[in-house]
Design a protein around this ligand. Structure first.
Ligand code: ATP
Ligand code: FE2
Length: 332
């Protein structure tokens, strides 16, 4: 049996995974930089990645019950993301590939979030990609994943994390906001908040200002969290529904860390039932940043000949700003 290593490193999470050549994920381990208070400082995150890389590599191999010399290739996320984090991952990937004399595959992180949907049965979906830095409605059309709608300012997760930080909840804020929203005792009285959607694009900055004002005035945090989730997720579901109508596609796929939110999942499910569209949501370990999805897509790219041999390692670089629709999909 042949094996491929996946490495994820675009932002807060350093992940390592081992897959066999059938695409089976044999191990998928990760360690996330977190804070009790305040946000992420890219250079601190880089230090975190440097510290955990070797240990996670060993753990991924031992959980998959293989030895490093059984690896055929290494796929790593070279785009998009925070440059210091990407560089740390690339250095680790190059060093390991050199040591083993095996090729590298450069994987776009956003495309990987989408492509992993196939492992849960989504064949040709509209994807609602809701993560920290990204909020996009994507679907495959004519050789590329096209972005039909996206945020015009902040990623939805970054928006939620900023509100959480303002509440003194630390990073990441999404799960804590979800818990507070669930504890709200006034679910029948929505607080009026700006709902900003144009076509399939959304925006959050007006909402952010309004919420900060409400918090400054001492409005109950649980009530704010509940209303905020209803409004923000309502916008996302509406944009996704428009993309389904526009493309005529019959599948909706969720992806990205914010898609872990059970209220967002519930709202998407209801919309899909009403439209007669199939709903797909990968399990949590494949929704958040993880190396399993990088290995999964990296394997397809490797099989399609899209790897860089060890002698040409100089051509391997990061692309912090590469967009989903910059990537030519030649392996499908
Ligand atoms: P990308 O590089 O794709 O933008 P990312 O670096 O933001 O990804 P992810 O792991 O995909 O990383 O997403 C992290 C985000 O998900 C954080 O903003 C976090 O607050 C949010 N999140 C996680 N769980 C929940 C939840 N239950 N509800 C809402 N948001 C959540
Ligand atoms: Fe991500």
């Amino acid at each position: 049996m042949k094996y491929i290593l996946g490495i994820e490193t675009t932002a807060h999470t350093f992940g390592v995974a081992v897959l066999d050549f059938e695409g089976e994920i044999l191990s998928n381990v990760r360690d996330m930089y977190t804070t009790e208070e305040g946000g992420m400082i890219p250079l601190e995150v880089r230090k975190h990645h440097k510290k955990v890389a070797g240990e996670l590599f060993e753990k991924a191999l031992s959980q998959a019950e293989i030895k490093e010399d059984q690896l055929e290739a290494i796929a790593f996320s070279n785009a998009p993301g925070l440059a210091p984090c990407l560089l740390e991952g690339m250095e680790f990937a190059k060093e390991t590939a050199k040591g083993l004399s095996i090729p590298l595959v450069m994987v776009n992180h956003c495309v990987a979030h989408l492509d992993i949907g196939e492992s849960v049965g989504a064949n040709d979906p509209v994807m609602l990609y809701a993560s920290g830095a990204n909020t996009q409605i994507i679907a495959y059309e004519a050789g590329k994943y096209r972005v039909f709608g996206e945020t015009l300012d902040l990623g939805v997760g970054n928006f939620i994390d900023t509100v959480a930080r303002y509440m003194g909840l630390g990073f990441p804020g999404g799960p804590k906001i979800q818990t507070l929203a669930e504890e709200c005792e006034h679910k029948d009285e929505l607080i009026e908040l700006p709902y900003s959607i144009k076509g399939m694009d959304v925006a959050f900055s007006g909402l952010q200002t309004k919420i900060k004002n409400l918090l400054d005035k001492g409005v109950n945090k649980k009530d704010i969290c509940y209303s905020m989730q209803e409004v923000v997720f309502g916008m996302l579901v509406e944009a996704a529904e428009r993309a389904l109508a526009h493309t005529g596609k019959k599948e909706l796929l969720l992806g990205g860390g914010v898609a872990c939110n059970s209220r967002l999942q519930e709202m998407c499910k209801i919309m899909c039932e009403e439209r007669g569209v199939k709903y797909f949501c990968p399990p949590r370990p494949l929704l958040v940043d993880n190396a399993g999805m990088i290995g999964y897509l990296g394997l397809k790219m490797y099989k399609a000949g899209l790897s860089v041999p060890v002698e040409e390692m100089g051509d391997v670089d990061i692309a912090p700003r590469e967009r989903t629709d910059d990537v030519e999909i030649t392996w499908k």
